[in-house]
Design a protein around this ligand. Structure first.
Ligand SMILES: Cc1ncc(C[n+]2csc(CCOP(=O)(O)OP(=O)(O)O)c2C)c(N)n1
Ligand SMILES: [Mg+2]
Length: 355
C-alpha cells in the first residue's frame, strides 16, 4: 500500500507545502511517470490558457475554463489503462489530449466545426457532454455492458458538484450500485454550479456521503493534489477491475476562474478564497514538489512548457485552416424522416448566408 499522509478536513493529500506539511509519495510511480504527469498537467494548462486567449480574439466560441482543475483530470486519467473509457463533461473538454487527440480537434469542437467530432472508439473518450449528468448513465451502461461482454474495461465519468442534484446522476449511481458496474463516478467538487453554491445543492455534510445511499464506497481527495487524485483513482480502478463494483470520488477544490468565458463571477464568488486557490494552484504545486524531489529542473520545465505552447499554436492554425462546414449538417442526423419545415429553414439559412 502507498503512503497516504493525514490530511486536513479528511481530504487525502500527498503533496506537502515545502514547509510544515511534509511531502508524501505514491508507491510504484517511477521518475519517468512523475514527469509524464507533469507533461500532462502542462499540456492541459497550456490548452486552457491559450483557449481563453483564442476566445478573446474571437477564434473560438464560448469556452468552459478548467483552470486549476487539471490535477483532477490528469491524476484520474493517468490511473486508467488505454482500453478504459472516459466520459467527459464540458469541463474536461480537452481530456482527449491525454490520449493523443490533436488540439485542433478539441479547438474545432469549441469553434462549432464538425472537425471537432471524433470517434469515441479511437480514443476511448466519449463525446463531450453538455447536459448536466446525462452521461453518468451512459458511463454506467457502458461499463456494465462491457462486463457482460467479458471485456476487462473500466469507465470513468467526470461531472461536477451540481450534477449530483440531477435525476440522471441518481439513475446512473443507483444502476451502478445494483449492477456492480466497473465504473468510477468522479465528481469535481469546485463548490459552484455556475452561481449556485454547493450549500444550496445539498444539506449533506459532504458529497461523498451520497455514495452510501447507492451502496458504493467513496473517497474524498484534495482536488489540487495530482498525486492524491491519481492514487485514489488507482484504488477505484483496482476495485472495479477486480469485480468489486463502482466507487464515487469527490475531489474537492474551489473554482478560481469564471464558470465559462460568458460568466462574471465577481458578483457572487468569495474573492479571498479565489486568491488563496490561485496562490496554491495545482500545476505550480506539483512543479514545486518535483523540484524539491530533484525530478524536474527549471530548464526541463521550460522545455516542456514551450513544447505545449507550440502544439497549441499549430493546433489553432490547423483548426482555422478547416474549410467552412456545410450548413446542412445542422439539420442532419436529428430525424430519420425530417419534417418538411426543416427543408424550408435550411433553404432560408442558405439564402441568408449566401451559402
Ligand atoms: C440538464 C442541464 N441543466 C442545466 C444546464 C445549464 N448549466 C450549465 S453548467 C451548469 C452548472 C453545473 O455545475 P456543476 O455540475 O457543479 O459543474 P461545473 O460547471 O462546476 O464543473 C448548469 C446548471 C445544463 N447544461 N444541463
Ligand atoms: Mg461545480
Amino acid at each position: 500500500m502507498s503512503r497516504v499522509l493525514p490530511a486536513e478536513g479528511g481530504l487525502r493529500r500527498i503533496i506537502g507545502d515545502g514547509h510544515a506539511l511534509p511531502d508524501g509519495e505514491v508507491e510504484g510511480l517511477s521518475s519517468e511517470q512523475l514527469l509524464e504527469l507533469y507533461r500532462h498537467l502542462v499540456l492541459l494548462r497550456t490548452y486552457d490558457d491559450r483557449s481563453v486567449v483564442y476566445h478573446r480574439q474571437g477564434r473560438i466560441g464560448t469556452y468552459a475554463i478548467y483552470w486549476n482543475h487539471e490535477a483532477m483530470q490528469v491524476g484520474s486519467a493517468f490511473a486508467l489503462e488505454k482500453r478504459d473509457w472516459i466520459f467527459p463533461s464540458y469541463r474536461e473538454s480537452a481530456i482527449g489530449l491525454l490520449r493523443g487527440m490533436p488540439p485542433s480537434t478539441v479547438l474545432s469542437w469549441w469553434r462549432g466545426h464538425p472537425a471537432g467530432w471524433w470517434s469515441p472508439e479511437e480514443y476511448g473518450v466519449a463525446s463531450i457532454c453538455v447536459p448536466i449528468a446525462t452521461h453518468v448513465p451512459h458511463a454506467v451502461g457502458y461499463a456494465w455492458g462491457s462486463r457482460l461482454k467479458g471485456e476487462d474495461r473500466v469507465a470513468l465519468a467526470y461531472f461536477g458538484d451540481g450534477a449530483t442534484s440531477e435525476g440522471a446522476f441518481h439513475e446512473g449511481a443507483t444502476f451502478a450500485g445494483v449492477m456492480q458496474a466497473p465504473v468510477i463516478l468522479f465528481c469535481n467538487n469546485n463548490q459552484w454550479a455556475i452561481s449556485t453554491p454547493v450549500s444550496e445543492q445539498t444539506a449533506a455534510a459532504t458529497l461523498a456521503d451520497k455514495a452510501i445511499g447507492y451502496g458504493m464506497p467513496a473517497i474524498r481527495v484534495d482536488g489540487g493534489d495530482v498525486l492524491a487524485v491519481y492514487e485514489a483513482t488507482r484504488e477505484a480502478v483496482d476495485r472495479a477491475r477486480s469485480g468489486a463494483g463502482p466507487t464515487f470520488i469527490e475531489a474537492v477544490t474551489y473554482r478560481a476562474a469564471p464558470h465559462a468565458t460568458a460568466d462574471d463571477p465577481s458578483v457572487y464568488i468569495d474573492q479571498e478564497r479565489v486568491e488563496e486557490e490561485r496562490e496554491n494552484e495545482c500545476v505550480g504545486r506539483y512543479e514545486r514538489y518535483l523540484l524539491r524531489k530533484g525530478v524536474l529542473t527549471d530548464s526541463l520545465a521550460l522545455e516542456i512548457r514551450a513544447e505545449a505552447f507550440e502544439l497549441m499554436r499549430a493546433g489553432i492554425a490547423q483548426a482555422e485552416a478547416e474549410p467552412p462546414a456545410d450548413v446542412s449538417l445542422v439539420f442532419e442526423h436529428a430525424y430519420a424522416d425530417p419534417p418538411p419545415s426543416l427543408a424550408d429553414e435550411l433553404a432560408e439559412l442558405r439564402r441568408v448566408l449566401g451559402a
